[in-house]
Structures are given as C-alpha cells and as structure tokens.
Design a binder for this molecule. Structure first.
Ligand SMILES: Nc1nc2c(ncn2[C@@H]2O[C@H](COP(=O)(O)OP(=O)(O)OP(=O)(O)O)[C@@H](O)[C@H]2O)c(=O)[nH]1
Ligand SMILES: [Mg+2]
Length: 435
C-alpha cells in the first residue's frame, strides 16, 4: 500500500512540469526510476523472505529455534495437503514410545504430502494382550488445535470420524525390510498416481514406533514442540509444580526420574547382559536407588538445601524406602508426602506419566537415565528450549545419573540436535555429552 501511494505522488507533478527544462525532466525521470527500483527491491525482499521462511519450516523445522516457538503467529500457505490423509494403527507402549510413534507417523504423512488422521493412543501399558490396551484419542491428552496451529506448514492432524475409502499399504518387518526398501515404498506412494489419487493411505503392519526412522532429530523435535497437554492436564501438572515451588518458599526444585521400577529393572538387566554377551560392551543402564542418591548429591554446584521431586511409578515400585538415605541438604518428595496422590489416582497410566513428564520438563535441575525414553525426551525438549532461549549449550541443569561425572556426580547431558536419526533417543545411549 505504502509503495503504491509513493508511485502516484511522483506521477502527478510530472504533468505540471511538462514545460520545464530538460535538466529538470532528467532529474524527475531519475526520481521515478529510483522509486520504481525501490518498490521492485522491496517487493523482491518480501518475496524472498517468504520463500526462505517456508523452506526453513518445510526442510527441518529449524524455524522453531528462530521464532521462539511462536509458530502460531505466522501464516504459512505452503504445507501438507488437507484433503488427502494417512491412517495409522493404534499407537502403543510407554508414553514416550507413543510420542515417538506419533511423530514418526506425522513425518511419514508429511513425506506423502498428506494430513495424518488423528490416531488412537493407548492409556494402559499392556504390551501383548491388545484387548487390554484401552484406546484413547490423541485429543484427550494433547490439544489438537494447538498442535495444528504450532505445526502449520509442517505436519497436520485431522479428526477423521467418517469411514473413508482407503488404499492399504503394508509395511514390511524383519531384517530383510531395510530402511531403503521402506523409503522406496513411500516414494512409490507419492509417485504412483493410482495410489496418490486415493483419499486415504492406510498404513498397516507393526506399530509406528518400529517403523524405519528416516528423519533427523530436528524434525522430531519440531513435532514434539507442537505437543501441548490439554488444559485440564496442564492445570494438574502446574498444580504439582506449584506445590514443589512453595515448599519452604524455595521456588526451585530438582526432579529425578528414578527409573527403578519393576518393569525397568527387568528390562535394563536384560539389555546389559545381551550387550555384554553379544558385543562385549559394558553398558551402564541399571542404577540402584543408592547409586542414584550418590550421583545426585555429588553434582558439582548443586544448591543445598534443595527440594528433590522423585518421578517414579509408585504402584510399580517394590522398594518402598524411596525417601530414606538422602544426603543432608536434599529434601526428597514423592507423590505421597507432596500430597498429590489423589491428583494422579484419577487417571490411567498414560496420563500419570504425562503429568510427571511435564513436572520434569519444568524443573530447575533434571537428572535422568540416558537409556530411558522418558528421560531422553525430557532432555531433548530441555535442550531445545535452552538453546532457543540462548541459555548456553543446552545442558545447564540437566544430567544422567547412570553415567559417572566429575567428582563422582552425574554426567552433564544435552541432546545432539544435529544427529541424523533418533536412534540414541529411542533406544538410549552411553554417549551423552554437553558440547
Ligand atoms: N508406568 C507408570 N509410570 C508412571 C506412573 N505414575 C507416574 N509415572 C511416571 O512415568 C514414568 C514411566 O513412563 P513410561 O511412559 O513408562 O516411560 P517410557 O516413555 O516408556 O520410557 P522408558 O523409561 O524408556 O520406559 C515413570 O518412571 C514415572 O516417572 C504410573 O502409575 N505408572
Ligand atoms: Mg517404556
């Protein structure tokens, strides 16, 4: 608007001065060319910046780091098609395995230039007996509107209540089903007009957590930053955080994801033994309660006294002496002595875990296990937020207790955001660092 008005203002006096000298005419024409060039240059800049922003968003989600996560304030016209869909099987396993599966499904839909039909998550933790999985819609846990608004131009999820005609694509499994075969199958779906004309592509086979991983950590991080708990659950998490911050007016708290529950102790010993026998590797996955207490108390510079929240599944815990043996200056709290048992008791497993996740994410200091998917995703989101806020290199106040750090404390921990796959986060790693 401003540019057009400037053009008119120059044109009008042109008529008035038609009898003037040639030097005056020359000066006027220079003035016009200057304005025209300026307009063209401004137009070029606007177009260029739009293209750059869209490409950033489309390429790897780096935009979240650039615009401070306020993606909802920007309108993107380019994005996945909203009239073609991808349907995926019910998503299962632990909370963070489910989040990874959801991100993988959304990124697959993006690869096919389609919107993901809202998947069902699983509220309970049964692995084998699928009748007991208690399907729960995505939008009972995470806000669908906020997801789509934050992820606009990148990935999208649609409510898909009516049955639709679908082309079924069966994903392979086993050793012969390689990553390149998987990718070739996706490419074929995009290239083949007979497949692409279908309104829905229904992906069948093993659940999405086990699909091949074709995307860099940055893409996953962008999807995770679009996940925001629904208001009711976010208020529950804020309630727990407020209680922790109110203890003796400390305002700060340390969260320790004590992965010592029964299911974990069975799993971690199995993985440690297998790695030793098959590869001669000495993985350090299992940490006892005593080891965790030691490594937390010896973190250099940890403020004392400090309130320590123990994120743990009480009903899966065999050791009931959680609060005993903490070194002086560390004041431990779990759900019972914090007075939040009733908050958690209302909900199924998945939601309990989601509330604990939020409490760990917001903690001033977080200490977790580098082989736990729960801990690893907390650390990934803390890294993203610290980098976005320019708080150093992302590992301030974040540690792994299963790895010994300086002075017998815990190892400092930040996610390697330039990793080309999510393997270290999905399956855990001993190689955590802070670079
Ligand atoms: N399983 C379970 N977890 C709970 C409960 N209450 C809180 N949680 C928290 O959720 C964590 C486990 O979350 P999961 O969803 O099983 O973890 P995950 O995402 O599968 O990640 P892994 O640690 O690799 O198993 C626990 O360590 C607690 O911090 C509960 O009643 N049951
Ligand atoms: Mg698990």
């Amino acid at each position: 608007m401003a540019m057009a008005m400037e053009g008119i203002a120059v044109k009008l006096p042109m008529k008035e001065e038609s009898n003037g000298g040639s030097s005056l005419r020359f000066m006027k024409s220079c003035q016009i060319s200057f304005v025209v060039y300026r307009c063209l240059f401004l137009l070029f800049c606007v177009l260029l910046s739009r293209v750059l922003l869209q490409n950033l968003r489309r390429s790897n989600g780096v935009l979240f780091f650039l615009n401070g996560g306020q993606g909802e304030e920007m309108e993107f016209t380019v994005g996945v098609r909203s009239n073609k869909f991808v349907e995926v099987p019910q998503i299962i396993w632990g909370l963070n395995n489910q989040k990874i599966a959801l991100a993988r499904a959304a990124l697959t839909a993006r690869k096919l230039n389609r919107t993901l039909l809202m998947p069902k998550l699983s509220a309970s933790l049964f692995y084998k007996n699928t009748d007991l999985l208690q399907p729960i819609p995505f939008d009972k846990i995470f806000s669908l509107d906020r997801f789509n608004s934050r992820c606009r131009g990148f990935v999208q999820i649609a409510r898909g209540s009516k049955p639709r005609e679908a082309f079924v694509v069966r994903k392979g499994s086993g050793r012969r089903w390689t990553a390149s075969k998987d990718l070739a199958q996706l490419d074929e779906c995009v290239r083949n007009p007979d497949i692409d004309r279908h309104e829905v592509i229904r992906l069948e086979g093993k659940h999405p957590f086990l699909w091949h991983d074709h995307w860099p950590v940055n893409d996953y991080a962008s999807v995770f930053e679009c996940l925001d708990l629904v208001d009711e659950l976010s208020a529950e998490a804020s309630g727990v955080v407020a209680k922790l911050r109110a203890i003796q007016n400390s305002t700060k708290y340390v969260a320790v994801h004590m992965r010592i529950e029964k299911d974990w102790m069975i799993h971690c010993k199995k993985v440690e033994n297998r790695a030793k026998i098959k590869e001669g590797k000495n993985l350090r996955i299992c940490s006892s309660r005593e080891e965790i207490m030691q490594r937390v108390s010896k973190i250099p510079g940890l403020e004392k006294p400090s309130v320590v929240y123990l994120a743990v599944a009480d009903d899966l815990l065999e050791d009931k002496t959680l609060l005993e043996g903490w070194s002086q200056g560390l004041v431990p709290y779990e759900k019972k002595n914090l007075g939040v048992v009733s908050t958690y008791a209302k909900y199924p497993y998945l939601i309990k875990s989601a509330i604990d996740y939020e409490v760990c994410l917001q903690a001033d200091v977080f200490v977790g296990n580098s082989f736990s998917t729960f801990s690893s995703l907390v650390v990934l989101q803390r890294t993203v937020r610290k980098k976005r806020g320019n708080f150093g290199n992302g590992c301030e106040g974040t540690y792994a207790y299963n790895l010994e750090g300086p002075g017998g404390g815990s190892q400092r921990w930040a996610t390697n955001m330039s990793d080309s796959s999510l393997a270290a986060i999905s399956y855990g790693s001993n190689h955590v660092s802070c670079t």
